[in-house]
Design a protein around this ligand. Structure first.
Ligand code: NAP
Length: 334
């Protein structure tokens, strides 16, 4: 099968490309940069911007399926940047699939599309989209997911996956940020007793994409639907973060602030940054405060039933792989 992975050079995209390549698919990737790791896998690389409609059409031509992982992720930045990459970029992917006669589109969405800032405890995919979002990123991901699911039809079958807090070897985002703060003694967590969150090990999230690709045919149960993808092992944010820090050889988080003042401080500091037109991200954002002070864990029985998804790497095993990777004892994947 000829599969294009947009964002194939990113954290999750590389894991998807690796699994596809390992099972013998012809994989190509679309990113703005070229990635040596993809070249090693034999992945054909298109250096293009997802916002460039002609370039996306050219990359999609000749493919049988597309996995759309590319996105601008983050907790801060102009809404226009998130909209153009995540919403318009997704519209370009759909347009290109329809023009090229691609039959299957697997889109990487996010559980943040349903998180308006209140507790989400064991909710399933019947949870509605949030009406207000704490940041531009989840708003843009909701816009993109709506487009993808609405595009499902008799020419193109589509599905959206919502992996939550992806972690593991090769994470260029969350763990490096945490570790840097921990090393200079600036890591502080809001105290949120009783709140639990879901996460997902990167290889489990990647495998879900392949399962979705395989299960997606016209009119099949996954067509036109979204699925939460997690470890199925909700935990407290503090325990998960302490696990990541331990894997990196760092001590657990020692400093806590009460949840309510943390949320108020995030709102105030965001307001001040906007007023002063500061481009840099504030030390705490509303979205980070919401994520750290609420429960957000999900029912994954639909993914188990329709996709055959099982989080095959347990959290304990994943932490072991991460520790081995960080200590230099293994390559990216043990
Ligand atoms: N990581 C998580 O915890 C998490 C959780 C839920 C959902 N997700 C979703 O999972 C997907 C992958 O996330 P990730 O963590 O792997 O992110 P990532 O490491 O930042 O990867 C993003 C990829 O998208 C590409 N990209 C970004 N802007 C682009 C543009 N304008 N044109 C072409 N390519 C562009 C990047 O390549 P270049 O920079 O080279 O262009 C990169 O390969 C995203 O859709 C994200 O929303 C992630």
């Amino acid at each position: 099968m000829k599969v294009l992975v947009t964002g194939g050079g990113g954290f999750l995209g590389q894991a998807v490309c690796r699994l596809l390549a390992e099972r013998g698919e012809q994989v190509s990737a679309l990113n703005r940069r070229r990635y040596p790791a993809l070249a090693e896998l034999g992945v054909v690389q298109h250096a293009a911007d997802i916002r460039d409609q002609d370039a996306v059409r050219a990359a999609v031509t000749g493919c049988e399926a597309v996995v759309h992982c590319a996105a601008l992720a983050g907790l801060w930045g102009p809404a226009s940047a998130y909209r153009s990459t995540n919403v318009r970029g997704t519209a370009n992917v759909i347009d290109a699939c329809l023009r090229a006669g691609v039959a299957r589109l697997v889109h990487t969405s996010s559980p943040s599309v349903v998180h308006a800032g209140r507790d989400l405890e064991g909710v399933d995919e019947s949870a509605p989209y949030a009406r207000r979002f704490p940041a531009a990123y989840p708003a843009s991901k909701a816009g993109a997911e709506r487009l993808v699911l609405a595009a499902d039809g008799d020419r193109l079958a589509t599905v959206a996956l919502r992996p939550h807090l992806v972690w593991g070897p090769g994470d260029p985002h969350f763990l490096p940020h945490l570790a840097a703060k921990a090393r200079c003694g600036r890591l502080v967590l809001p105290h949120a007793p009783g709140k639990r969150v879901d996460t997902v090990y990167v290889d489990n999230a990647a495998e879900a994409h392949l399962l979705a690709l395989d299960a997606l045919t016209f009119g099949a149960p996954p067509a036109g639907r979204a699925y939460f993808i997690t470890q199925g092992e909700p935990t407290t944010l503090a325990d998960w973060i302490d696990g990541l820090l331990a894997a990196a050889g760092l001590p657990p988080v020692a400093r806590r602030v009460p949840a309510r003042p943390a949320r108020l401080a995030a709102t105030a500091v965001e307001y001040a940054y906007r007023l002063a037109r500061v481009r840099a991200a504030p030390p705490i954002t509303r979205m980070a405060a919401v994520q750290a002070t609420t429960s957000h864990w999900f029912d994954i029985s639909a993914a188990r039933r329709d996709l055959g998804y099982e989080p095959r790497v347990s959290t304990a095993a994943g932490m072991g792989r991460l520790a081995a990777h960080l200590s230099g004892n293994t390559s990216r994947r043990p």
